[in-house]
Write a protein that binds this ligand. Sequence first.
Ligand SMILES: [Zn+2]
Length: 49
Amino acid sequence: MTHCHCCGSAIDTSDWYPIVTAKDERGNVALYAFCDKQCRETWRAQTAD
Ligand SMILES: [Zn+2]
């Protein structure tokens, strides 16, 4: 089961959902899934420098 990286809701992976790729502090590429665009934008705003 995939869960939203922002709010923790379960994501229905049979539908489209936003994914963001970002590098962690070690330079590894990580995938973050979100239940909708709103959560993606909220997470982006929180993680922006
Ligand atoms: Zn969410």
